[in-house]
Design a protein around this ligand. Structure first.
Ligand SMILES: NC(=O)C1=CN([C@@H]2O[C@H](COP(=O)(O)OP(=O)(O)OC[C@H]3O[C@@H](n4cnc5c(N)ncnc54)[C@H](O)[C@@H]3O)[C@@H](O)[C@H]2O)C=CC1
Ligand SMILES: O=C(O)C(=O)COP(=O)(O)O
Length: 530
């Protein structure tokens, strides 16, 4: 008999599959503190949650029999995935079941914002018949900017067109062809910020999307814009938004999610006349809750019964003897993918992986999955992509995966080269395991280098001219950025060259911009490898 604990409010109908299974017993205990969960989790084989329960490492350590954690929804940012993977606990989610519901909530928020419905309602039931203060705007003929064109963003775009809106879409995986198919105009974040009358975000919260609309964007944003966030708190800088509203640049905002949930009683959004809020209700409909509960219950049963399953967010399954050969290269492969993704601009159309040396003789598919995971995780969020779902996610985004093999490894036992192709450019990074030094990046594009694949790096492309290294060092030093290591690569004297700096902390965006203004310097990119 397997014991399942349901620790958040989850649809009864949705989990009837579990209730009726003869080999399952279910306990429902919602609203427990971490201590209370730690005290009881030891007796359970599976834990079923939504977003309220924070599934911490402490809970997993106490969960000695825990085999699977099911998330009835999309975001797994409330689950410590590393801790689960370390313990071999499979984490599954139900990414498709609440797409439409969250899309519809986004529209409910956008319309309520355009027509001041919550404010007008409050006044009317307070006995005041005020028809002057709540003149709204139409959606028709307005431009909607959608940041994040995944499942929910694409559905929002489709409905916006039915309202007669023009849609600007931005997503690192959105190609011209797919944008055409969806009937949206392919845009940049800047196009959206400067051109949209309404902006809605539908990305995960990642280091890249955190504050993707912040102070700098509010300075150039289209005056009178209205902003909606039904994705994750933190994608839009809350403080900067309030300042922009109070300065009259932004007409209003509708938020379902907050940087901290629930928000503090003195949060500036609460009781602000131009901000409307809901308590993370995006996925809260009868239909969606049934969908996600059914989906996650089915998978949970498969995992407990040792049957094949889909949508695992963690746990790469590789057979024993192959794993022993490949495992040392897992980190290198993932980091090369991540590195290549971070140096490449534009939607990736093809990921090509070439294996040279002894690796040419074995099944390298698990390594390719690690590369693809590294590439996709940079944009989709490391909590959403793993070796199990990486290929599926790439296929969904019409990214072509190509593998080649050869015996010649340029003096290394094994050499892995990752090349990313977009419509405009082709960038590559090669790496090897060096005895005693671990995974190293040995070539970037055509330039041989020797770089530790760890921590904060800055990749600079420049002209090979005297004085450039000094200018870069002085600028970073003046801004308090310490250079730990430096590598310079060039093909010919006085020609195009690159510089890879290992730095002790993240380089602020404005310092990168200052670097790019230095004479003879073409571009400076920050890269983070974890
Ligand atoms: N308010 C609520 O109750 C709910 C919130 N959500 C949240 O909505 C968000 C979107 O969910 P889905 O559409 O199902 O996910 P998805 O994975 O299908 O789509 C996310 C998209 O964001 C894109 N993206 C990543 N980085 C980006 C960047 N820097 N700029 C622009 N786009 C970027 C990705 O390429 C991807 O296509 C998630 O954060 C999810 O947790 C989902 C369901 C309910
Ligand atoms: O699925 C998601 O990502 C959500 O944000 C929904 O969260 P919830 O299940 O309503 O707590």
């Amino acid at each position: 008999m397997f014991k399942v604990l349901v620790s958040d409010p989850i649809s009864d109908l949705g989990i009837s599959l579990l209730v009726e299974a003869s080999d399952i017993s279910i306990d429902k205990k919602t609203g427990l503190s971490e201590d209370e969960l730690v005290a009881i989790i030891g007796e359970y084989d599976a834990l079923l949650v939504r977003s309220q329960t924070r599934v911490t490492e402490r809970i997993m350590t106490a969960g000695k029999s825990l085999k699977v954690i099911g998330r009835a929804g999309v975001g797994v940012d409330n689950i410590d995935l590393d801790a689960a993977t370390k313990r071999g606990i499979v984490v599954i989610n139900a990414p498709d079941g609440n797409t439409i519901t969250t899309c519809e909530h986004t529209f409910a928020m956008m319309m309520a914002l355009a027509r001041h419905i919550p404010q007008a309602y409050a006044k009317t039931i307070g006995g005041v018949w005020d028809r002057k203060s709540f003149v709204g705007v139409e959606l028709r003929n307005k431009t909607l900017g959608v940041l994040g064109m995944g499942r929910i963003g694409s559905e929002v775009a489709a409905r916006a067109k039915a309202f007669g809106m023009k849609v600007l879409g931005y997503d690192p995986f959105l190609t011209e062809e797919r944008a055409d198919k969806l009937g949206v105009t392919l845009a940049t974040v800047d196009d959206v910020v400067r051109g949209a009358d309404f902006i809605t975000v539908h990305t995960p919260l990642t280091p890249e999307t955190r504050h993707m609309i912040g102070r700098a964007q509010f300075e150039v944003i289209k005056p009178g814009v209205r902003i909606v966030n039904c994705a994750r708190g933190g994608i839009i800088d809350e403080q900067a938004l309030i300042e922009a509203i109070d300065a009259g640049r932004v007409a209003g905002a509708a938020f379902d999610v907050f940087e901290e949930e629930p928000p503090a009683a003195d949060h500036p959004f609460l009781n602000h006349p131009k901000v409307i809020v809901t308590p993370h209700l995006g996925a809260s409909t009868v239909e969606a809750q049934e969908n996600v509960a059914i989906d996650v219950s089915e998978q949970l049963l498969h995992i407990l019964r040792n049957e094949p399953y889909k949508n695992a967010v963690n746990m790469p399954p590789v057979p024993g003897d192959l794993l022993a050969k490949l495992e040392p290269y897992f980190t290198l492969a993932r980091k090369l993918g991540s590195f290549a993704a971070q140096i490449t601009d534009g939607p990736v159309k093809e990921i090509s992986v070439s294996y040279a040396g002894e690796l040419a003789d074995v099944d390298t598919q698990p390594l390719t999955r690690q590369v693809v995971q590294g590439v996709l995780a940079h944009h989709l969020g490391s909590d959403q992509v793993n070796a199990v779902n990486a290929m599926h996610l790439a296929k969904m985004r019409e990214v072509n995966i190509v593998t080649t093999k050869s015996q010649a490894a340029k003096g290394f036992t094994n050499l892995v080269t990752v090349t990313l192709k977009t419509g405009r450019e082709e960038r590559s990074a090669a790496g090897a395991l060096l005895n005693g030094f671990g995974p190293r990046i040995t070539q970037i594009d055509k330039y041989p280098v020797d770089v530790e694949s760890q921590g904060h790096l800055v990749l600079i492309s420049h002209h090979d001219k005297p004085g450039i290294i000094g200018r870069v060092g002085t600028l970073l030093g003046t801004n308090g950025v310490n250079i730990a290591t430096m590598q310079v690569g060039r093909k010919i004297v006085g020609g195009a060259a690159i510089m890879v700096l290992g730095v002790d902390k993240a380089v602020p965006k404005d310092v990168l911009s200052q670097l790019e203004e230095l004479p003879d310097l073409n571009s400076a990119k920050e890269i983070q490898l974890v």
